[in-house]
Write a protein of this length. Structure first.
Length: 335
């Protein structure tokens, strides 16, 4: 149905999440060693699942990023810049506070990251600030402009691009950072916890049959949802739900009538989004839309706020976001 598009507020969150979607601040092309001490150049798109206990990284280490560009690390980098909040969280989670010399403008977690020099973001990197920081490597999403990439690489700065599409991609990306920086043990501690979170959710929903799965609609910014092929869609699937937005791919602007017709059982929305003029929350905006009182989720008071950063950032807290989604969809299971 070609329904009307809803009015869209221009919000920093929307710009940020679309940037995350386009740039994908994690690694889809994961690279690791075939075994301890033997470097490999894996092809982009492969997902690495750790099979052996983490050890010391052996340098030189040659890897390919998500674009297929090959890099050789002669040693663990001492000066690192991140231009996305998800990667910033990953680097701090594996103990690289001292090595991180610059972060994305949007990096607000952990608290220590807010004190680091700001380097712009994926869509608008601050090239001058990055050059001044003189990093050995910049971790960036795949949509970092070619102009900025070329300029920085010509100055001898390594631009390592990443692109996550699944939760396992995010996990493997963190292990990749651990490999590059010789923080493998720290990275494994983080990813073991993430895998345990996923296992807990899968165990909770394992007995929900296909015909019993609840239909879920997620709105992360007014009028915008996510379809197939993105990790936020996978969060709904892992949590035992069916994403009503999965009729399309990627991040897209909705049609009100299509969502009414889809009749989701549960609606999840970003808790931090408010209308600048009225102060209404996104939940208030959703419930006030014409005809949306017909939707099961609204009728049954199953419209829930979720932490934006947990579900929109493909970083170490994404599995906490998964647990929050699962609790919203099946509160009787995840209390």
């Amino acid at each position: 149905m070609a329904g009307k598009k809803i009015k869209v507020w221009t919000t920093g969150l929307l710009a940020l999440i679309l940037a995350v979607g386009l740039s994908a601040c994690g690694a889809n092309g994961k690279n690791a060693e075939n075994k301890e001490g033997q470097a490999s150049s894996q092809q982009p798109g492969q997902t690495v699942t750790a099979q052996v206990p983490p050890g010391k990284t052996v340098y030189p280490l040659t890897l390919k990023d998500a674009t297929g560009q090959e890099f050789t690390f002669k040693k663990a980098p001492d000066k690192i810049v991140s231009v996305s909040p998800a990667e910033t969280e990953a680097l701090f989670a594996i103990g690289l506070d001292k090595e991180v010399v610059g972060v994305s403008d949007y990096s607000d977690y952990p608290e220590a990251a807010t004190k680091k020099p700001k380097m712009g973001g994926i869509m608008k990197p601050n090239e001058e600030a990055i050059i001044a920081a003189n990093p050995e490597v910049v971790f960036a999403g795949i949509s970092l402009s070619e102009q900025a990439t070329t300029k920085l690489r010509d100055m001898g700065i390594m631009i390592f691009k990443t692109e996550p599409k699944t939760v396992e991609d995010v996990i493997a990306n963190i292990e990749l950072y651990g490999k590059i920086t010789d923080h493998q043990k720290e990275a494994r501690a983080v990813t073991d916890k993430m895998r345990a979170d996923v296992a807990e959710v899968k165990e909770g929903v394992k007995n929900i049959g296909k015909g019993q799965k609840l239909r879920v609609y997620v709105e992360f910014s007014p009028g915008w949802t996510v379809g197939k092929g993105e990790f936020m869609d996978e969060l709904i699937t892992l949590a035992g739900g069916e994403n009503v937005g999965a009729t399309q791919k990627g991040w897209y602007q909705i049609s009100e009538e299509n969502i009414i017709a889809a009749n989701p059982d549960v609606i999840l929305y970003s808790k931090s989004v408010k209308d600048d003029k009225t102060g209404q929350t996104l939940g208030d905006i959703i419930k006030a839309r014409s005809g949306w009182d017909q939707i099961s989720a609204v009728r049954n008071h199953r419209v829930f706020a979720v932490d934006d950063n947990l579900i929109s950032r493909p970083g170490p807290r994404v599995t906490e976001g998964l647990k929050e989604v699962a609790k919203g969809v099946y509160p009787e299971i995840f209390k």
